[in-house]
Design a protein around this ligand. Structure first.
Ligand code: AHM
Ligand code: MG
Length: 336
């Protein structure tokens, strides 16, 4: 049999989420509407990122364009698009963005029941050289729509309803979990739709890759240093692991999810809480890892059980293949 020349039954992300909701009739499509606004933001950023290399032609950030308006930087622009898309969905009440110091509370007429924590364009050091960057998001539901406070987002990651990321790379891929496994969708630019290309992603139980910024090694604690040493000089007869580090969390985590292995952003003497932010980096990625059969650990506890006390809190993070994270867990356990 020849392979189908042309697919005619397309599983778009909207169709997929509607199917999943068949299991939860009480959600009445609100989540689908919220997601379609997130997807709009991702498509906008994908298109802007694709054009970014032409910035010299169409005007650099900080310069004025032909209309005399100032060009906005890509991360600022992306944030504005996401905030406006989320507010106008009529389904959100609190937004936490990496780009905004304060949480955004949505006013009554547009207020809905979802809280969204997001990093609109992560991997800032990779923007100007055209390397993969991404959007990360985590979604909670509030208890009481008439009484919304910051506590509605300062919750453990175990309370998250859904999480995902969109990677702007050689193709544009959106990876999503609504708590029922992990699925990957690729943007078909000719349709403008995300199509299911990676159903039910499971991370390999053990991997052959480690991913960390080794430039920080002189400030690492003993368990992290020991772990990386073992990746390079295994004592059990196994082959050394390969090192891959892009410096964009979305791209490094995406590779880890598909190929297996471990991604680390540990604590160090200069940054005792690591670098990555709990609400919109650590939690969504940890949620996806667990949903794919992997683990996420902070050096002290299961990452999703953290309770942030401020919206921009940071945490060390070790996430990826089950067995690889198990190893770092035992190194931390034997230290204390
Ligand atoms: P950003 O929010 O300024 O883009 O920083 C987050 C990024 C992550 O995408 C990535 O994992 C990490 O910073 C890389 O940090 P470093 O350059 O210290 O290795
Ligand atoms: Mg970031």
């Amino acid at each position: 049999h020849a392979a189908e020349a042309q697919r005619t039954d397309l599983m778009t992300i909207t169709r997929h989420v509607l199917n999943e909701q068949g299991r939860h009739p009480e959600s009445r499509g609100d989540f689908t509407i919220l997601l379609s606004h997130i997807v709009l933001g991702c498509k906008f950023v994908a298109s802007a990122v694709n054009k970014a290399g032409l910035a010299k032609l169409i005007g650099l950030a900080g310069e004025t364009n032909v209309q005399g308006e100032e060009q906005k930087k890509l991360d600022v622009l992306s944030n504005e698009v996401f905030v406006k898309a989320l507010v106008s969905s009529g389904r959100t009440c609190v937004l936490v963005s990496e780009e905004n110091e304060e949480a955004i509370f949505v006013d009554t007429p547009l207020r809905g029941k979802y809280c969204v924590c997001f990093d609109p364009l992560d991997g800032s050091s990779n923007i100007d050289c055209g390397v993969s960057i991404g959007t990360i998001f985590g979604i909670y539901m509030i208890k009481d729509k008439d009484n919304v406070t910051l506590d509605d987002v300062l919750q453990p990651g175990t309370n998250m309803l859904a999480a995902g990321y969109c990677m702007y790379g050689s193709s544009c891929t959106l990876v999503l979990s609504t708590g029922n496994g992990v699925n990957g969708f690729t943007l078909d630019p000719s349709l403008g739709e995300f199509i299911l290309t990676h159903p039910n992603i499971k991370i390999p139980k053990k991997g052959k890759i480690y991913s960390v910024n080794e430039g920080n090694a002189k400030n690492w604690d003993a368990p992290t240093a020991k772990f990386v040493e073992k990746c390079k000089f295994p004592q059990d007869g196994s082959s050394p692991k390969s090192l891959r580090y892009i410096g964009s969390m979305v791209a490094d985590v995406h590779r880890t999810l598909l190929y297996g292995g471990i991604f680390l952003y540990p604590a160090d003497k200069k940054s005792p809480n690591g670098k990555l932010r709990v609400l919109y980096e650590v939690f969504p990625m940890s949620f996806l890892m667990e949903q794919a059969g992997g683990q996420a650990f902070t050096g002290k506890q299961r990452a999703l059980e953290l309770v942030p006390s401020k919206i921009h809190d940071r945490s060390p993070i070790f996430l990826g293949s089950f067995d690889d994270v198990e190893e770092i867990k035992s190194l931390y356990a034997s230290q204390s």
